[in-house]
Write a new protein. Structure first.
Length: 236
């Protein structure tokens, strides 16, 4: 199946569920950046308190900028995020086994200018860490046409894919245009994320955190949690 999704920063478990099911994955990097979205931030846990890790983006003179045109405003942010992760997760069960991997990743992020390059780089590295296969393209490199649903269908056709997998959140936007997939003979599937529970250093379980939280708390079992975290249903 084909999955098309915007590259997000240190994504949550549901993002890697989509990648795990994708025969081909397209990073939708040539669409407009949404301010303060998951494209530039994610959530981690400090005991019972959720903290956001946010990558600052240059905004002056950059109205309606695309994700792959969004310049990082302060590259020292990655070392700051690293210190926060170190502080919050140093007592987690698998901290010693995995912290060096995130240290290398985040320090290397300083070489990139654009947000999309950082996000894609981190997703690639985390997939490798989790042993998830990632066969990807960039939408900016594919000569697709149209906007929104039409753009997705165009990408499907250009990559010769007739089975498209999306998630519950995206279905809100696609719901009124489902017939377009049917008219173009593209089967549409929806991934449902289950009620995920794993070992977490919190009095009450916090949902939808960055994959960082899963890895430091579950280590090599993180991939099994991902594989058992969802089910797929054919929509049309």
């Amino acid at each position: 199946m084909l999955v098309i999704s915007q590259p997000t920063y240190l994504p949550w478990i549901g993002y890697f569920s989509l990648i795990n099911e994708a025969k081909k994955f397209v990073f939708l990097d040539d669409v407009q950046l949404n301010s303060r979205s998951w494209q530039q931030r994610n959530r981690i846990l400090n005991h019972n308190k959720i903290t956001y890790l946010t990558v600052p983006i240059k905004k002056k003179g950059q109205r309606e900028q695309l994700i792959n045109q969004s310049l990082i405003d302060d590259k020292t942010i990655f070392k700051k995020h690293l210190k926060i992760i170190n502080h919050f997760y140093s007592k987690s069960k698998f901290f010693k086994e995995y912290f060096n991997h995130f240290e290398e990743m985040l320090i290397e992020c300083e070489k990139f200018k654009y947000l999309s390059d950082v996000n894609i780089f981190l997703i690639q590295k985390i997939c490798k860490l989790l042993k998830i296969s990632l066969n990807y393209n960039l939408s900016s490199k594919i000569k697709s046409t149209g906007k929104k649903t039409d753009k997705l269908i165009s990408i499907c056709k250009l990559l010769h894919q007739n089975r498209y997998l999306t998630n519950e959140g995206a279905m809100v936007y696609l719901d009124s245009e489902l017939n377009k997939f049917k008219d173009n003979k593209i089967e549409l599937y929806k991934l449902f994320v289950n009620d995920i529970r794993y070992n977490q250093r919190s009095e009450f379980f916090k949902e939808k955190l960055s994959i960082v939280d899963v890895i430091f708390n579950e280590g090599p079992n993180a991939i099994n949690i991902i594989k058992n975290s969802y089910n797929i249903q054919k929509t049309i």
